[in-house]
Write a protein that binds this ligand. Structure first.
Ligand SMILES: [Zn+2]
Ligand SMILES: [Zn+2]
Length: 193
């Protein structure tokens, strides 16, 4: 949203010098509009077949202290994120995949299967096809997101993960430790069903 308000400010201060500049500016506005529209399609952030309820989302944010839990160890050293804005609740085992691979709904809508991750890490590190590919492709084909979700369906059917699984084990461990600790210190706040 900051990006958008920045854009609005820029627009106010902008004086067109010539027609080409004006045309360029209109193209920018259209791009922004497409991006917004595509975002609306992604209400539950990764286009999954099950979603967290608002109460469950809030519970995860309390458990994870409103902070991105992503740990980037791609540089050889563990680097925490600590971002506190634009948090998504990521499914460690995504439901579309889980339901076709022996998981039941209660295993998927489960405190051990969710974790708060900022939109940057969620979409650029874990769901690259949604975060990068579908976004770029959208201006050429507005069905890009739906096409990728269909592709997920096919991959799930053949037991092939459609997200980057590099961080799965670390995220599972963090979710487990945080859940145990949170339930111990907040016995009056169980995971909402
Ligand atoms: Zn996710
Ligand atoms: Zn992050």
């Amino acid at each position: 949203m900051t990006k958008l308000s920045e854009f609005g400010k820029r627009r106010q201060n902008f004086k067109f010098k010539n027609f080409t500049q004006q045309k360029l500016f209109l193209v920018q506005i259209c791009d922004k509009k497409l991006e917004e529209e595509s975002f609306v399609l992604f209400k539950n952030e990764e286009g999954e077949v099950l979603g967290w309820t608002e109460k469950q989302r809030q519970w995860f944010l309390r458990r994870d202290e409103n902070t991105c839990q992503f740990v980037d160890f791609s540089g050889g050293r563990a680097k925490n994120c600590f971002n506190t804005s634009n948090l998504h609740i990521h499914f460690i085992v995504p439901p579309r995949f889980g339901l076709k691979n022996g998981f039941e709904e209660k295993d998927l809508i489960n405190p051990l299967n969710g974790i708060a991750i900022c939109s940057f890490h969620h979409l650029n590190f874990i769901h690259l096809d949604i975060g990068v590919l579908a976004k770029r492709w959208y201006r050429f084909d507005q069905n890009s997101y739906q096409i990728i979700l269909k592709w997920h369906e096919i991959l799930a059917q053949s037991q092939t993960p459609y997200w980057n699984t590099t961080w799965d084990e670390v995220l599972k461990l963090i979710a487990k430790i945080r859940t145990r600790e949170y339930l111990r210190t907040h016995p009056d706040d169980p995971f909402p069903q």
